[in-house]
Design a protein. Structure first.
Length: 664
């Protein structure tokens, strides 16, 4: 048996915390590593020891194997747990760890190599008799070879990075004319994300379910599966909702798919935790997609239905212990669903968001679990993945789990940075998901061509915001006063003078009309608001006779965040106006729409462009985003160069619009 008394977690955020909690419960000392951007994050504070490993960019810190190994030597660790992402599926890193005489909590380097390359993995699966999607996974990477294969198997096809995952380096191609450009984009994105531009091509299985099996193997040759997870609800090929068991799984299908998953693991001599992913069509045909040689983001739903701690099993297997569990001893009880909370703007195509975490509060309740890695006072930076928390619920039935998850989403608070919270609540409430009919086409089918847009604050929300702003200012003034009795608050010997707030173009006036009672006027609308109680960040109000509860936060006395259920509103007491020069520029000013790196620039000063022309590519949150011209005209100024780090709102270039534009 190998000794593991000190464990370094080569990761960050919620997964680092999740691993540390189990390690601590097992009596194992934990070591965190962190970049400049993460110096004050929860995983650093939780660990027994924390070591700095480099600047904020992942390539200089969490992807820097030498820095992590140096930290491991300094802390005299026995083992390294890689979490997921970063170096978790890097065979060279696993090999380097073992060469240092340190235990790698994961599969062997050989298994990582075999399954880390999609092309090689698919060839191994075909030999092992695991069903695979028709396609091409050869060494010839010439465009002509891909075009010939696509013509042979028929469109639509899927282009994928051979070394990739998480939707990066992946493109759905529906017609021959779009294939060459898709190959170019996929190669560029794959090279940036994974260091390899090798691609594979597969026949696209339209609107399947994405079903994966959790497998586990020990060094004694025992390999089992722990049931399946349905991960069909995705956007940009990244998972959003996951559940176990799969709503359409039958005992016979589970036996067949589980056997295929175990065969896949045995084919590469697997060790530890892994996930074998399949596409499942409407006729119960399934096809091997890929194997993730690590712990998955969504592993907690398996923990909730099996009662097993997968990190503990990983550590025990890494010590050399047998699993101590036979296939027929795995029992799936009840139902579990996970929702991934991302810092992103669903209304803008799920664009990653950055900014401060002004206030964060995780949900609590029976059957509710939340794995997170953020805290109030922190910040979401552009350097890492946009996922900030996993909100989960377990119930005796799927319906019970759905009710608990909906409750948990209504009880989660995140102020300061945009999130997909309202989208998650809406997705869980969609009939197709409630009824267990969701496929990988769910998001586009449920929310249509224009996607999801957050609900705007109602006049009643604005009335409540105006009252809470007044109360905050009033109470701040009272705290600063000397000897003013509390019973005189809101009292006046003359008719009360209204307090005014301006939300956008709406002028809202608030007048105290009694004990904790206010009249709010906006134009011809009049609303009565009664403050029933204010405790910490929760305000219980009655608005026009209807009880409403808000979680709220006032910033700098003129800015307020409100959460009502799963919906968050950000209101500013001012009229937002564009500066005169930006107004005059119209669509000719091309700015960075998020923090990121400008990796390509396709135009120069003096170039003619037409609306729709591709101008630049911005990389943020590991994804590449194309910027296109909105007007016809001539590029008059280029303000930045390729390779520069940009902040959201930074000017990239100016297009001098044609004088006759729009004159017809």
């Amino acid at each position: 048996m190998r000794r593991i008394e000190t464990l370094l977690i080569a990761n960050r955020g919620e997964i680092a915390l999740r691993v540390m909690r189990t390690a601590r419960a097992m009596g194992i000392r934990t070591v965190a590593v962190y970049s400049d951007a993460d110096a004050h994050t929860p995983h650093v504070r939780f660990a027994d020891v924390a070591l700095h490993i480099g600047p904020a960019p992942a390539s200089e810190s969490y992807l820097n194997a030498d820095a992590i190994l140096t930290a491991a030597r300094l802390a005299n660790v026995d083992a390294i747990h890689p979490g997921y992402g970063f170096l978790s599926e890097n065979a060279d890193f696993a090999q380097a760890v073992e060469q240092e005489g340190i235990v790698f909590v994961g599969p062997t380097p050989a298994a990582i190599t075999a399954m880390g390359d999609k092309a090689r993995a698919k060839r191994i699966m075909i030999e092992a008799g695991v069903p695979c999607v028709p396609g091409y996974e050869g060494k010839d990477q010439n465009d002509a070879r891909f075009l010939a294969t696509a013509a042979d198997i028929g469109f639509p096809v899927m282009v994928k990075a051979s070394a990739g995952g998480g939707g990066r380096g992946m493109r759905l191609v529906e017609r021959e004319q779009a294939l060459v450009e898709a190959l170019q984009l996929a190669r560029s994105e794959a090279l940036s994300a994974f260091g390899s531009d090798h691609l594979i091509l597969e026949k696209a299985v339209i609107a399947p379910r994405h079903v994966e099996f959790q497998v586990f193997a020990d060094e004694q040759g025992n390999t089992i599966h722990l049931g399946e997870r349905d991960c069909s609800v995705q956007r940009r090929h990244q998972k959003v909702l996951e559940e176990s068991p799969c709503p359409v799984m039958s005992p016979a299908l589970r036996q067949s798919m589980g056997a295929a998953a175990v065969a896949a693991a045995k084919a590469v001599g697997y060790r530890g935790a892994g996930t074998v992913e399949f596409l499942l069509d409407a006729d119960s045909n399934f096809y091997f997609l890929e194997m993730n040689t690590r712990l998955q983001v969504e592993h907690p739903v398996t923990e909730l239905v099996t009662g097993l701690d997968l990190v503990e099993l990983q550590i025990r297997v890494a010590r050399g212990e047998p699993l101590g569990l036979e296939q027929d001893e795995v029992v799936i009880a009840g139902h579990a669903i996970e929702a991934r909370l991302y810092a992103e703007d669903p209304a803008e195509g799920f664009r990653p968001a950055t900014g401060p975490v002004l206030f964060y509060e995780a949900p609590e309740g029976e059957g509710v679990r939340c794995d997170d890695g953020i805290a109030s006072g922190g910040e979401i930076t552009p350097f890492y993945d946009a996922m900030v928390a996993k909100i989960m619920a377990w119930g005796a039935s799927r319906e019970d789990a759905l009710h608990k998850l909906a409750y948990a989403l209504r009880e989660t608070t995140l102020f300061g940075v945009k999130s997909n919270q309202a989208f998650l609540a809406a997705a869980v409430d969609q009939p197709a998901f409630r009824e267990g009919r969701a496929t990988t086409a769910f998001v586009s089918e449920a929310f249509g061509q224009h996607g999801f847009s957050d609900t705007d604050a109602t006049p009643e929300d604005e009335a409540a915001a105006a009252v809470l702003l007044l109360r905050e200012r009033r109470d701040a003034a009272h705290r600063a006063s000397l000897g003013v009795p509390g019973e005189l608050l809101d009292w006046s010997s003359s008719p009360p003078r209204p307090s005014t707030a301006v939300f956008g173009e709406r002028v809202v006036q608030v007048s105290p009309t009694g004990s904790d009672t206010y009249t709010v006027v906006c134009g011809d609308d009049k609303t009565q608001v009664v403050v029933r109680s204010i405790k910490h960040q929760t305000a219980k109000l009655t608005v026009d006779g209807r009880p409403v509860e808000y979680v709220w936060l006032v910033c700098a006395s003129r800015e307020i965040y409100l959460r009502r259920g799963a919906m968050t509103f950000h209101l500013q007491d001012s009229t937002a106006q564009l500066s005169a020069d930006v107004q005059a520029a119209g669509g000719g000013h091309v700015i960075a729409n998020m923090h990121g790196v400008l990796i390509e620039l396709f135009v120069a000063a003096g170039d003619r462009v037409s609306a729709g022309d591709k101008l630049a590519v911005l990389e943020a949150m590991k994804m590449q985003h194309q910027l296109h011209a909105q007007v016809d005209g001539t590029v008059s100024q280029v303000a930045v160069a390729a390779g520069e780090q940009l902040a959201s709102g930074d000017l990239i270039l100016i297009i001098e619009e044609d004088a006759d534009a729009g004159s017809e």
